[in-house]
Design a protein around this ligand. Structure first.
Ligand SMILES: Cc1cc2nc3c(=O)[nH]c(=O)nc-3n(C[C@H](O)[C@H](O)[C@H](O)COP(=O)(O)OP(=O)(O)OC[C@H]3O[C@@H](n4cnc5c(N)ncnc54)[C@H](O)[C@@H]3O)c2cc1C
Ligand code: FES
Length: 282
C-alpha cells in the first residue's frame, strides 16, 4: 500500500478540539507501519504512513494508537509525535507493558488505527525568547525532534539537555546541540538534568533570553517548572496521564493544575494539554 492509498482510508472526522491552537483536523486513520527500528534496549522508533496526520501535526501533539484489531488491550495508547513530514509520522515507543510490547513488535506493513493529531502544541511562536532550551528525561525526549526541527526553521537557537538514569536511557535520536546528564555519571554531567540546567542558566541568560520546553517524568517537570519560576524564565511542560479516548469524552485524563485565584483546578489533559505553562504546574 502506498502512503496515498493509506491517506484515502480516513474513516471518520471527529469534531474539532477547541483546546487546539489552530483549526483542528483530527482524523482516525488506517495507518501502515512503514518501518520499525529498535534504538535502545527497550525503545523502538516506529514510522507510520499517515499523510493527514503528518500534514496537520504540530510539535507537542500526540496520537492515540489502537495497537491491534482485537479488544486486548481495549484502550488505545497515546504517544507523542516524535517527527512528522513527507506523509509520515514517527513515534518513539518505550516498552513498559502489553500495549507497547505489541506495538513495538508490529512489522512493516502492519495496518493500525491511529487517531490524531491530538492535544495542544508547544508555543514555539511565543514572543521574547532567543534560545529554546529543550529539557527532557527518559522517553520524554520523544517530542523534542519535531520541536527542534520547527524551532530551527524559525531561526531559534536550540539547546538540548537530556537526562537519564544511565547512558542507556539517553535518547538523542535526531537531535543536535545535546548536553547529557546521568544519575550514575555514565555519560555527560553526573547528576540530574535539572542540576545540569541550573549550571548552564548563567551562560544561557548571558547570551539572550531563554525559554524552557520540557517533557519527562512528572517529578522532573515539577522541579524544572519550579526552578524556571524562581529564575524568572518562561517555561512550558508536556505532561502525561492515563488516557482513554484522547479527545475529551471519557474524562479519563484529569490532572490538577494551579488556578488564577491561587487554588487548583482540574483539566482534561487530552484537551487542554499535554503542554501546559510551567507556572500552572502544582
Ligand atoms: C500525551 C502522552 C504522550 C505520551 N508519549 C509517549 C511516547 O512518546 N513514547 C512512549 O513510549 N510513551 C508515551 N506515553 C506513555 C504511553 O502512552 C504509555 O507508556 C503506554 O500507554 C503504556 O501502555 P502499555 O499497555 O504498554 O502499558 P500498561 O500495561 O497500560 O501499563 C504498564 C505499567 O505502566 C504504567 N503506565 C501506563 N501508562 C503510563 C504513563 N503514561 N506513565 C507512566 N506509567 C505508565 C501502568 O500503570 C502500569 O504499571 C505518552 C503518554 C501520554 C499521556
Ligand atoms: S482521554 Fe478521554 S477525556 Fe481525555
Amino acid at each position: 500500500m502506498t502512503s496515498t492509498d493509506c491517506g484515502r482510508q480516513a474513516v471518520r472526522q471527529l469534531k474539532p478540539n477547541p483546546a487546539m491552537p489552530r483549526e483542528s483536523s483530527i482524523t482516525d486513520i488506517r495507518a501502515t507501519v512503514a518501518a520499525s527500528r529498535r534504538i535502545s534496549r527497550d525503545v523502538t522508533l516506529i514510522t507510520l504512513d499517515c499523510p493527514q496526520i503528518s500534514l496537520t501535526a504540530e510539535p507537542g501533539n500526540f496520537v492515540n494508537v489502537r495497537v491491534n484489531d482485537t479488544t486486548q488491550p481495549l484502550l488505545r495508547r497515546p504517544f507523542s509525535i516524535h517527527d512528522a513530514g513527507d506523509g509520515q509520522v514517527k513515534l518513539m515507543v518505550k516498552e513498559i507493558g502489553k500495549g507497547t510490547e505489541i506495538f513495538c513488535r508490529c512489522a512493516a506493513g502492519t495496518e493500525l488505527s491511529v487517531l490524531g493529531p491530538l492535544g495542544n502544541s508547544f508555543s514555539t511562536g511565543a514572543e521574547g525568547y532567543d534560545t529554546a532550551v529543550l529539557v527532557s528525561g527518559g522517553i520524554g525526549t520523544a517530542p523534542m525532534r519535531f520541536l527542534e526541527k520547527r524551532l530551527a526553521a524559525m531561526g531559534k537557537k536550540v539547546v538540548n539537555l537530556i537526562g537519564g538514569r544511565t547512558k542507556d536511557d539517553l535518547l538523542p535520536e535526531g537531535l543536535t546541540g545535546c548536553r547529557f546528564a546521568t544519575d550514575d555519571g555514565s555519560e555527560g554531567f553526573h547528576g540530574t538534568v535539572l542540576a545540569l540546567l541550573e549550571s548552564l542558566v548563567p551562560s544561557l541568560t548571558a547570551e539572550g533570553t531563554p525559554r524552557i520546553f520540557a517533557c519527562g517524568p512528572t517529578p522532573m517537570l515539577r522541579a524544572v517548572a519550579r526552578f524556571s519560576r524562581e529564575a524568572g524564565i518562561a517555561s512550558e511542560v508536556s505532561l502525561e496521564s492515563v488516557m482513554g479516548c484522547g479527545f475529551g469524552i471519557c474524562y479519563g485524563c484529569s490532572v490538577e493544575v494551579s488556578a488564577p485565584d491561587g487554588g487548583t483546578k482540574t483539566i482534561l489533559l487530552c484537551r487542554e494539554g499535554p503542554v501546559i505553562d510551567g507556572g500552572r504546574m502544582v
